[in-house]
Write a protein that binds this ligand. Structure first.
Ligand SMILES: [Zn+2]
Ligand SMILES: [Zn+2]
Length: 401
């Protein structure tokens, strides 16, 4: 399908000096599509260009020029028809041009035929299969859930048959609680002890009193007390409400990941919008999974794992429709399971970054972390290929693969 170019544009193009554009240089191969938003084949090109722009961010530049709205920008390319796609290599040299609609696979095949390697940059993405430095922390100082250091003032212990699970805080306990399947909640809670804030001794969780406050970021702070009077005394110097275990539980379980159903604090979570509803993903990858779980288009508002800068992703029919900034990338934290297979390292080890430099800095501070850099499109694709059964088991302890 082809649409003749408007006469005025053609005429002025004829007069244009050759090579006016050639001075511009670029380090990446570049695809320029010249069209108009009202031409039908051009409209068909639009989603393809979007996919290429986001899916090949950092590997290829994709530019759309509307030659009806902006004839001046189209002139240097001396096109005869719209849409026209022009392929420039990394040195800015025109290698090929195509007139009319051109499919995504055909575009990628053409780059390959031209000998332009679009995988090169992605292949050099960060991969860390072995830790830069071993994690030398003692096992009983590490939170079973988040892998963070356990604060002895807020430690929670869950007694198991063979071993006990240590958690850094009541919040991590409720994340754990929302990640277990097939256990009777009451029986589970009977196994839990919390650290008494005053004496640092362990006390049964269900009969303790909790001073529930808030830090400067809006995250709840939870202090446990075996003795209610001690809690009342602490409340005088440290504001908060005294609540029972039941109230604490209902507050902690109120906000959930819309993909894996884990308890989240909204302050830590990734925002997800689906239809008119706002929800949370407990991590960036879970947020993408909401599109798979609900079968809906979603908008994700993530924060750069290092700087907190916003990263916005919109999906359309299970694919990326837009990514801001286009340079944003994902880190897929992985571990080798006992059989040597790479598996997800869990929600606490995932993240999005506005660029590779930020990811590298984040990794530099986490020498024990292993995994690989992937595209945001890949993070979505990984979730879209899950079956409903796999989604139901996602992030559940012992079930997540
Ligand atoms: Zn923790
Ligand atoms: Zn989740």
């Amino acid at each position: 399908m082809k649409t003749p170019l408007k006469n005025s544009v053609t005429a002025s193009i004829m007069l244009l000096a050759i090579g006016a554009w050639a001075a511009e240089s670029t380090k990446l191969p570049k695809l320029v599509d010249l069209g108009a938003d009202k031409c039908i084949p051009c409209k068909m090109m639009a989603p393809i260009l979007k996919e290429l722009k986001t899916g090949y961010a950092g590997r290829m530049e994709v530019e759309f020029i509307d030659v009806w709205k902006n004839p001046g920008a189209g002139k240097p390319y001396k096109i005869k028809l719209i849409p026209t796609q022009i392929f420039f290599d990394a040195f800015g040299k025109e290698r090929f041009r195509h007139e009319g609609f051109f499919g995504k696979e055909d575009i990628l095949a053409k780059w390959k035929e031209l000998g332009v390697d679009l995988k090169g940059k992605a292949g050099s993405g960060i991969v860390r299969e072995t830790p830069v430095a071993a994690d030398t922390r003692l096992r009983d100082t590490i939170c079973f859930m988040c892998d963070g250091n356990i604060d002895p003032k807020t430690k929670v212990v869950v007694k198991g048959q063979a071993e006990q699970r240590l958690l850094c805080s009541p919040h991590c306990y409720f994340i754990y609680f929302s990640s277990i399947v097939g256990t009777d909640p009451k029986a589970e809670e009977a196994k839990v002890s919390v650290t008494d804030w005053t004496s640092d001794k362990m006390a049964p969780a269900t009969s303790a009193s909790y001073l529930y406050g808030m830090d400067a970021k809006g995250r709840p702070t939870v202090k446990a007390f075996a003795d209610k009077d001690a809690a009342t005394k602490e409340q005088q110097t440290s504001p908060g409400n005294l609540v029972t275990w039941e109230v604490l539980r209902s507050k902690e379980l109120a906000a959930r990941c819309a993909f894996c159903d884990r308890a989240v604090y909204p302050e830590d979570a990734c925002g997800v919008k689906f239809g008119a509803t706002h929800g949370y993903g407990c991590c960036t990858h879970c947020a993408m999974g909401v599109a798979a779980r609900l079968g809906q288009d979603i908008e994700v508002e993530a924060k750069d794992g290092l700087t907190g800068e916003p990263i916005r992703v919109k999906t359309l029919d299970g694919q990326i429709a837009s990514l801001e900034p286009a340079s944003a990338i994902a880190w897929f934290g992985q571990l080798k399971d006992p059989s040597g297979k790479w598996v997800s390292a869990g929600c606490f080890k995932q993240g999005f970054f506005v660029n590779e430099a930020n990811l590298q800095k984040w990794l530099d501070a986490r020498p024990a972390m292993t995994g690989r850099q992937i595209t945001v499109a890949q993070a979505l694709a990984d979730k879209m290929k899950l079956s409903p059964e796999q989604i139901a088991k996602a992030c559940k302890l012992g079930e997540c693969k």
